[in-house]
Design a protein around this ligand. Structure first.
Ligand SMILES: *Cc1c(COP(=O)(O)O)cnc(C)c1O
Length: 513
């Protein structure tokens, strides 16, 4: 029996190919949910009422009543599910494939974290419930703070900040308060030039003048430049360790001593904690403040809009300024209980409504409890091995601006491809989409030209790393032999090359114009 495809089938296949490859058709075919609506095609049915019916007019004041019905789409359940599944297929996510976005730690998030969030004892709480009815939630937060403090070697941790950048702002406000309490008004914050852009931004929001400290030829903080810039106006130095090119600041103890002798504090951007877990601790290196990114190192989904969490750990002398409420544990003969304490007169105040992004805290708590101390150490060891393995597969075909080895991430440069073949790093990133991968972080950090910054994370297998390496090696070949393929990429994605500048200058989120 020979296989033949009927004319109708080939048309269907052809349409599907168009649907998944052509920008115009994809947008035309996937309509807005409002356009799928047909009057009366409701996707729900309600059971009968067993209490007397009242009209809304009888219970709501006139000013709250609608003058015309809400414009809600009427779509059956099957169409709702298919619509959103189709949209999710057009998207890229960490449950689909490796997500090598340097500095962002896009690791796979174990589903057990979500199962813990779904427990009714957590998911059905209201933030205004009386303390005695939420003892379990308070205990979880109290214990999570303690575990994070131990992991980073800090004296206390607040869970309030909603993201890494918000943690930075919190940490800087703590530093500011510390100096003010000593009657000193220092006006400058030092930030190393390889830092994440949020560092200078947070410092500026807190009212500081930002002074940039250079990196040396090794990719690490230039001690001579640091020394020259440390004066009586410096409130703190913000440092990322390992830094954003994945290199450990080997002189960290000297740096801490220099900063402290100047009466300044040392802030650690701890978003790169994925390289340190169970191996070394910021507190032991002399850092006074550190923020964590629970949505990176401690495994909560992020990117694409999920909420984050950026707890802040502090050394002993900053404890009085911590945000309120602080969770206290009270020991009585009957056992422990927990309470929210706002009686901290020197506190910088609240950094967040209620208690932070609670569901992200549950995920981090679950993740840490599942792995334990030894498991956390293996996370970092594997993250480091994966990064060095991938780097070893790639560094003969792309420029490596700073010498190996690295920690959990590395930075390549597309300078060779640009100079010899007119293929920029942006083009290489776009071509990777055709091979079925999310692009790495590009053009960051700013100290590397044509930067391609790659963080594989510990959750990828050797086979996945090999396939990703093959894709980048194929692209290096294409750059030499057929650069036009790269310059016109992507061709296999639902939308082709977008004008990113126009998208941010002319924000138009309403397709119906
Ligand atoms: C992600 C990141 C931040 C900012 O964290 P957000 O949660 O995105 O605000 C800061 N520093 C470094 C090094 C990071 O990787």
């Amino acid at each position: 029996m020979g296989l033949s495809i009927s004319p109708q089938c080939s048309i269907l296949l052809f349409n599907y190919a168009i649907q998944t490859t052509s920008r115009r058709s994809a947008i035309m075919i996937e309509k807005l949910i409002f356009d799928l609506s047909r009057d009366g095609r409701k996707g729900y049915s309600l059971s009968g009422n067993d209490i007397p019916e009242l009209s809304v007019e009888a219970v709501l004041p006139d000013k709250f009543l609608r003058t015309k019905p809400a414009d809600l789409p009427e779509v059956p359940e099957s169409e709702v599910v298919r619509h959103f599944i189709r949209l999710s297929n057009m998207n890229y996510h960490v449950d689909k494939n490796m997500y090598p976005l340097g500095s962002c730690t896009m690791k796979y998030n174990p589903k057990v974290n979500d199962a813990a969030c779904d427990l009714a004892g957590f998911s059905e709480l209201h933030p205004l419930q009386p303390e005695e009815t939420v003892q379990g939630a308070l205990q979880m937060m109290y214990e999570l703070s303690g575990m994070l403090a131990e992991i980073a070697g800090m004296a206390a941790v607040t869970l309030q900040p909603a993201a890494g950048a918000h943690g930075e702002l919190t940490g800087i406000l703590l530093i500011k308060k510390y100096h003010e309490a000593r009657g000193s008004k220092r006006s400058k914050l030092l930030v190393v030039d390889s830092a994440h852009g949020t560092n200078p931004a947070s410092a500026a929001i807190a009212g500081y003048e930002i002074i940039s400290v250079s990196s040396n030829a090794d990719g690490r903080t230039d001690l001579g430049d640091l020394k020259a810039k440390l004066d009586g106006e410096v409130a703190a130095l913000m440092l990322t360790n390992p830094n954003t090119i994945g290199l450990f600041e080997k002189d960290i103890l000297t740096i801490a001593q220099m900063v402290h002798e100047n009466g300044s504090l040392l802030y650690m951007d701890g978003a790169n904690m994925n390289a340190l877990l169970g191996i070394t601790r910021p507190g032991d290196m002399g850092f006074d403040v550190v923020h964590y990114n629970l949505h990176k190192s401690f495994s909560a989904p992020h990117g694409g809009g999920g909420p984050g969490s950026g707890p802040v750990g502090v050394c002993e002398k900053l404890i009085p300024y911590m945000p309120v409420p602080v969770i206290d544990r009270i020991e009585t003969p009957e056992g422990s209980s927990y309470r929210l304490n706002t009686n901290h007169p020197e506190s910088i105040g609240r950094m967040m409504n209620f208690y932070g992004n609670f569901a992200v805290l549950i995920r981090a708590y679950t993740y840490i409890r599942m792995l334990g101390g030894a498991g956390l150490r293996r996370v970092s060891e594997n993250a480091i091995i994966n990064a060095n393995y991938l780097l070893a597969r790639l560094d003969s075909r792309y420029d490596l601006p700073y010498p190996k080895p690295v920690l959990h991430e590395f930075c390549l440069s597309g300078d060779r491809q640009k100079k010899a073949h007119g293929v920029k790093t942006l083009d290489i990133a776009k071509r990777l989409l055709d091979y079925g991968y999310h692009a790495p972080t590009i053009y960051f950090p700013l100290i590397v030209c044509e930067a391609l910054m790659i963080e594989p994370t510990e959750t990828e297998t050797r086979e996945t790393l090999d396939l990703f390496a093959e894709a980048l090696l194929c692209i290096a070949d294409e750059a030499e032999n057929s650069p036009e393929l790269i310059l016109s990429a992507p061709v296999n994605t639902p939308v082709k090359r977008l004008d990113e500048a126009q998208a941010s200058r002319q924000l138009n989120i309403c397709c119906q114009g």
